[in-house]
Design a protein around this ligand. Structure first.
Ligand code: AMP
Length: 426
């Protein structure tokens, strides 16, 4: 026998009926984005590897250890995208979309690729939804985008997730914080893990990101960016909080929530779902007023977030939220002998022309087996055609939800069904 193939480590197949749950998450996200005035942007799955080194930072784990980098046949160094923001920012700069008093508001639904150690909630090909807004720097945009983020979870019926909020300051106030942090950490440098010792010189802020519990304890009382905000950053943060309070969006201030890159400015947030265990982040977002310039564009404020789809699905499942699956609803058209089977194929086509899903039996099975199939398909209606129906010219139509049955003239069945709302059988 030929060798059996398996999906690559860290990837998964999304098959029916579960793909219906994915559609539900994605459709809900599109609807929410629509309400907030965001439009879809699609950028390539791969980009020049250097874009990510520049846009994410070559000292980050993502770039230094996790990228899928390859050389194409023309000798170019490319990488599968490990996240969405860099490609969108590249497109913004390349297409010269910056303008005076104009905001560019886009959303995306993408696969991301990271060579991480696979574990629960962590894949090598993962999926994200996200939004970015370039061109507006006020706290009103921060509030709007956080509200959009939370509206998605609300519309999905998510419960028990927590919004964490922080401010990282800006190039004006960050040096003061960095100095205070560096000197505080210098006292405990030898007790920090080797990775964090390395971070002391390159990017001390990332010490807050360390997963090691001993580093966590050591930095618990270290100076946080929030205590060093300049007047501008402080009033931006205060104004954001007033707006979030006005929107009645609950959040917790987390002074240790950081983003380790210089172009991240001011607002940073995360949504956590405790029951997810080690990988408990549902989503991460922040303002990055330095990114567009970093990529060679004009000085332009920007803000965005990315949220994992896989983790959202697990969180919804843990919360007992039922989601629609592929295939529910629609009509099973049942033919019982040669003539009626032929008619059932044509009738199914008529029903589809009325916008409904219709299916027929391919295997010349009897009534019982076809009714079972209707059940498996989650059909809402069964239309039965047998010798009697063909002779009388009236189909027997059964509402599989109520069990009610009536005769409807064959010529008018498709229209009759089209006028009724077709919802899945329970
Ligand atoms: P990040 O860009 O790392 O802030 O990721 C944003 C969100 O995407 C995270 O909060 C996760 O929900 C999700 N995510 C990131 N990486 C992975 C991965 N390897 N597997 C599954 N989900 C991921």
């Amino acid at each position: 026998m030929a060798k059996g193939y398996q999906a690559p480590r860290g990837t998964q197949d999304i098959l029916p009926p579960v793909s219906g749950q994915w559609h539900h998450l994605e459709d809900t996200f599109r609807q929410v984005c629509e309400r907030y005035g965001y439009q879809e942007a699609r950028t390539p799955v791969f980009e020049e590897a250097a874009l990510f080194a520049r846009g994410i930072g070559d000292a980050t784990d993502i770039v230094s250890k996790e990228m899928y980098v390859f050389e194409d046949r023309g000798g170019r160094s490319l990488s599968l995208r490990p996240e969405g923001t860099a490609g969108i920012a590249r497109a913004f700069v390349e297409h010269k979309l910056a303008g005076e008093k104009s905001a560019w508001k886009v959303f995306y639904l993408i696969s991301i690729f990271r060579y991480e150690r696979p574990q629960a909630g962590r894949y090598r090909q993962a999926h994200q939804v996200g939004v970015e807004c370039f061109g507006a720097g006020g706290p009103d945009v921060d509030a709007e985008i956080i509200a959009l983020n939370m509206a998605w979870y609300r519309d999905l019926g998510m419960k028990g997730h927590e919004l964490r909020l922080n401010s990282l300051g800006c190039p004006a106030c960050r040096p003061g914080h960095r100095q205070a942090l560096t000197s505080a950490l210098a006292d405990v440098a030898e007790e920090l893990c080797p990775t964090c010792q390395g971070r002391l010189d390159t990017n001390p802020l990332r010490v807050f990101d360390c997963k090691s519990p001993s580093c966590g304890e050591l930095v618990a009382n270290a100076p946080a960016p929030l205590d060093y905000l300049c007047d501008g950053c402080r009033s931006h943060f205060d104004a954001l909080r007033v707006l979030l309070d006005g929107m009645e969006l609950p959040y917790e201030i987390d002074p240790r929530l950081v983003r380790g890159l210089d172009y991240y400015t001011r607002t940073a947030w995360e949504v956590k779902y405790a029951e997810l265990g080690a990988q408990d982040a549902l989503c991460g977002g922040g303002r990055y007023d330095g990114l567009v310039e970093q990529l060679g564009g004009p000085k332009t404020p920007g803000i965005g977030f990315a949220a994992g789809i896989e983790r959202a699905l697990v969180a919804l499942e843990k919360g007992g939220i039922t989601m629609p699956e592929t295939g529910a609803g629609g009509v099973m058209v049942i033919g019982l002998d040669e003539a009626s089977r032929q008619r059932s194929v044509l009738l199914a086509e008529e029903i589809r022309a009325h916008g409904l899903r219709a299916e027929t039996d391919y295997f010349e099975r009897g009534l019982k087996a076809q009714m079972k199939q209707a059940d498996r398909l989650g059909a809402r209606w069964a239309v039965m055609l047998g010798e009697e129906e063909m002779a009388s010219g009236e189909a027997t139509v059964r509402d599989l939800m109520s069990g009610d049955q009536e005769s409807v003239p064959l010529e008018g069945v498709a229209g009759w069904l089209g006028e009724r709302v077709v919802t899945p059988a329970p």
